[in-house]
Design a protein around this ligand. Structure first.
Ligand SMILES: [Zn+2]
Length: 325
């Protein structure tokens, strides 16, 4: 059996072709093509699938598609997405459209959710039973493996750890979702940037301020660059980030008694700076049992979305539940 994973992003679409031994047979990255509209975009995905179908015949080809935003995994519909710039694509029946053009009904899932499956199968080699994967970037997403299977919740939105509240919902900072006090408003790149700008205002002569001013566009790596030079303001930014993340993660651990938490995404590259503060929050919990066996890890592979989708397609087909809901 061959699994094709399609990881749809606002800028790029990644295709991964994998076999049942979890080997990558092909990987292709193309720019998200907006020129031909939503239908043209689906045709581009279908074209890749059809070519792979021919190439790997007579083997069975199964497909899963990870899409950003609010996904109805049971109906195969992308209900809403803020990142894809197609017009009028709310309630987009992606799975059915791909089926019409390829004859294969794909599994549709949220991109962070399928990336969590990739971490579980490829990075953890199925070690662990109850796992939270947190994707740290502009947005903060998440996916859950519970009892060794992907948990997508009652309507496909489980794992939205970025929008759990860790501050007052009236006075806390505003999140990309429009609410106040979300974890993402503190540890997403926009939240980190906000705290960097506040710090620069207070300490205009800091190494952090100089590093930021030397850049054309703000990149989060600059905070690590300044922290690497021992800048106390930059170290504080990462320390606070670790504390906020620790609060969010400890809430999830208390709720679900997880055994493993894996951090992934661009911001996880700064783990050496923020991890001590994060683990401190976990260690200072008064109810200790849920934290005793907890492992917190970092996975730096940026392809977990596509790999996870390909492997999840195979997983679903093996369990004979297409589409995997
Ligand atoms: Zn939010």
């Amino acid at each position: 059996m061959i699994g094709i994973g399609v990881d749809i992003g606002g800028t790029f679409v990644k295709f991964f072709v994998m076999n049942e031994k979890r080997e990558i047979l092909e990987q292709v990255k193309v720019e998200t093509d907006y020129a031909k509209g939503a239908n043209g975009f689906i045709a581009q995905i279908a074209d890749f699938i059809n070519k792979a179908k021919q190439k790997y015949a007579p083997k069975q080809v199964v497909v899963a598609v990870g899409a950003p935003g609010d996904v109805d995994n049971e109906q195969g519909v992308l209900r809403y997405n803020p990142n894809l710039k197609f017009q009028q694509v709310d309630n987009w029946p992606m799975a059915q459209q791909i089926h019409d053009l390829t004859g294969i009904l794909p599994v549709l899932g949220n991109d962070a959710t399928l990336a969590a499956w990739g971490v579980y199968e490829a990075a953890l080699q199925r070690q662990g039973t109850n796992i939270l994967v947190v994707t740290l970037g502009t947005g903060v997403g998440g996916g859950l493996i519970l009892n060794k299977d992907l948990y997508q919740g009652s309507s496909g939105t489980a794992g939205e750890i970025g929008h759990i509240k860790i501050a007052d919902t009236q006075t806390g900072p505003v999140c990309g979702c429009g609410a106040h006090g979300c974890l993402e408003a503190f540890v997403g790149t926009i939240g980190i940037k906000r705290r960097v700008l506040e710090s620069i205002k207070k300490q205009p002569d800091s190494v952090l301020a100089k590093c930021v001013h030397a850049q054309k566009d703000f990149k989060i790596a600059v905070v690590s660059q300044a922290a690497g030079q021992g800048c106390p303001e930059a170290l504080k930014i990462w320390q606070d980030t670790g504390r906020y993340l620790g609060i969010g993660i400890s809430n999830a651990v208390l709720l679900l008694n997880l055994d493993t938490v894996v951090l992934t995404g661009g911001v996880s590259g700064a783990a050496p700076y923020f991890m001590p503060a994060l683990t401190h929050v976990l260690h200072e919990q008064q109810f200790k049992t849920p934290f005793e066996r907890l492992k917190v890890m970092v996975s730096k592979d940026p392809n977990m979305g596509g790999i996870g989708a390909a492997l999840y397609a195979i997983h679903c087909a093996r369990k004979d539940r297409q589409p995997c809901a």
